[in-house]
Design a protein around this ligand. Structure first.
Ligand code: FAD
Length: 445
């Protein structure tokens, strides 16, 4: 606990369950308010991120700047700190599922700032900015219970307990908080169908992920590989391969996605992450254009390749009950086709922290602030979840537009419309107005 937290009785106590990108960002944002006590409980023995690249949209950068994190992240990623020449959304979409040379069917260019960063670098920056005394590792939440006093008791797998006034579930796609919330509400509201929101469902897609050195691509003979020139999506029926640079352009983030429409929406019984092989990948994309074969050959045959099942959360009917809230993937885990999941978690965390931190929010009005968070953020999270999946299916020619690339091209542009909607700070102000309509409340973050 920080000195200020120790010295005075806090306005209220917040327990953040889960120390991924969303949970850490929320903890940092809340710790800006000296009179709010915050503790983060993480199941793992250290904070860690799996995978390589993550997209940070301009919307999320504006939050990182306000919270004083942007400078360090830019430095870690070797991105110029003035932001003047930040790249905007740019992807070359190629038709690639034929043995002969493919062709560019869409140069996706939209004026939305969009930077790719290395997950480990991002996490390091977040951990560096955590205040002292807020971190609790090896604390896996099992259940929570409302006490007569109004506080919430948390029970962890190691037998220990903790107490808070507000529990925020930032515990990802398999959220224990979401599980209990929807199981309890199914009973309380006499609506057994609510249990369908407990478990994630298979999106229909899985992905092979890898990272190469860009030097390997540069060192190849012949004309420059398209992945060197621009972030690229190699598209085919039911499959796609995506590449984009991370770590200041020194590394290439590679993802190969495969979709089985008939399996989408069902529960996935097997393990989510399995070991595959370079050979499986080569077999999967056999008959695709030479540029894709070039990429696949960069994966050393002796090295294991990880294959991920992509699950998602059913769009939720609510994300807040009493003084318990769901944030980030716990509320809207989505497919990665728009690279938007982490950034949506960041926006959730920012709006929630701004509402909680406002001086009008006290233990007595906490429920109002939480409802305002839900009112503003739940529809947005759901919308992006749906657009991300739709876009994936469009570029893999699985939508109602089939392989009509002209129509798909226009629809893909439109699927990103949410990026230019009101920025997160305006959304926070909207949430405050909704929460305190007569108070002319303005954001204090
Ligand atoms: C293949 C792939 C590619 C992606 N690419 C992008 C991209 O380019 N851009 C983007 O924005 N998003 C992307 N995403 C989505 C992004 O990774 C997630 O949206 C984001 O990491 C979610 O962060 P989170 O903190 O909400 O959840 P998580 O990262 O899942 O963190 C949850 C944390 O909670 C902990 N936890 C779990 N259960 C408990 C418990 N019971 N008690 C305590 N702690 C617990 C976990 O250990 C973990 O640390 C991608 C996702 C996938 C699968």
């Amino acid at each position: 606990m920080s000195q200020t937290q120790q010295s005075e009785k806090p306005r209220f106590r917040v327990a953040v369950c889960g120390g991924g990108i969303t949970g850490l960002l929320l903890t940092i944002a809340l710790s800006k308010y000296e009179d709010i006590e915050v503790q983060v409980y993480e199941a793992a023995e250290s904070f860690k991120e799996i995978g390589a690249g993550v997209t940070i949209w301009g919307r999320a950068w504006s939050i990182l700047s306000r919270l004083g994190l942007a400078h360090d992240l830019r430095q870690a990623e070797d991105i110029p700190s003035d932001g003047q020449n930040d790249p905007t959304l740019s992807f070359d979409l190629r038709k690639s599922d034929q043995p002969e040379e493919g062709f560019l069917w869409k140069a996706l260019r939209l004026p939305y700032t969009c930077l790719y960063v290395h997950r480990a670098h991002f996490l390091d920056v977040l951990v560096k900015h955590l205040p002292e005394g807020v971190t609790n590792l090896r604390k896996r939440l099992i259940t929570y219970s409302n006490q007569d006093s109004g506080s919430i008791e948390l029970q962890f797998s190691d037998g220990t307990k903790a107490t808070c006034d507000l529990l925020v579930g930032c515990d990802g796609i398999r959220s224990a908080v979401r599980k209990q919330m929807f199981e309890d509400e199914a009973v309380r509201q006499l609506q057994p169908e609510l249990v369908k929101y407990v478990d994630p469902v298979f999106s229909g897609s899985f992905t092979y992920r890898a990272v190469f050195s860009m030097e390997v691509l540069k060192g190849r003979e012949g004309e420059p590989h398209p992945s060197l020139n621009a972030p690229t999506i190699y598209c085919g029926k039911g499959k796609s391969v995506i590449t984009y640079p991370i770590a200041g352009g020194s590394l290439c983030n590679f993802g190969a996605l495969v979709t089985d429409v008939s399996a989408a929406g069902k529960e996935y019984g097997g393990p989510w992450v399995t070991e595959s092989s370079a050979q499986e990948l080569l077999d999967c994309y056999a008959g695709w254009e030479p540029k894709v074969q070039d990429l696949l050959k960069l994966i050393p045959p002796e090295k294991p390749v990880t294959k991920w099942v992509i699950n998602q959360v059913h769009p939720l009917p609510f994300s807040v009950i009493d003084n318990v809230a769901l944030v980030g993937d716990a509320a809207h885990a989505m497919t990665p086709y728009q690279g938007a999941g982490a950034a949506q978690g960041i926006e959730d965390a920012y709006v929630l922290a701004g509402l909680l931190g406002h001086p009008l929010t006290t233990l007595a009005t906490l429920h109002l602030a939480l409802k305002a968070y839900e009112h503003v953020r739940l529809p947005m999270g759901k919308h992006v979840l749906q657009q991300s999946k739709r876009q994936g299916w469009m570029v893999q020619q699985l939508s109602e537009y089939g392989d009509d690339f002209e129509v798909i091209g226009t629809a893909v542009d439109k699927a990103y419309d949410w990026v230019r909607g009101p920025d997160p700070h305006s959304e926070l102000e909207r949430a405050l107005r909704w929460c305190y309509p007569n108070e002319n409340a303005t954001a204090q973050l």
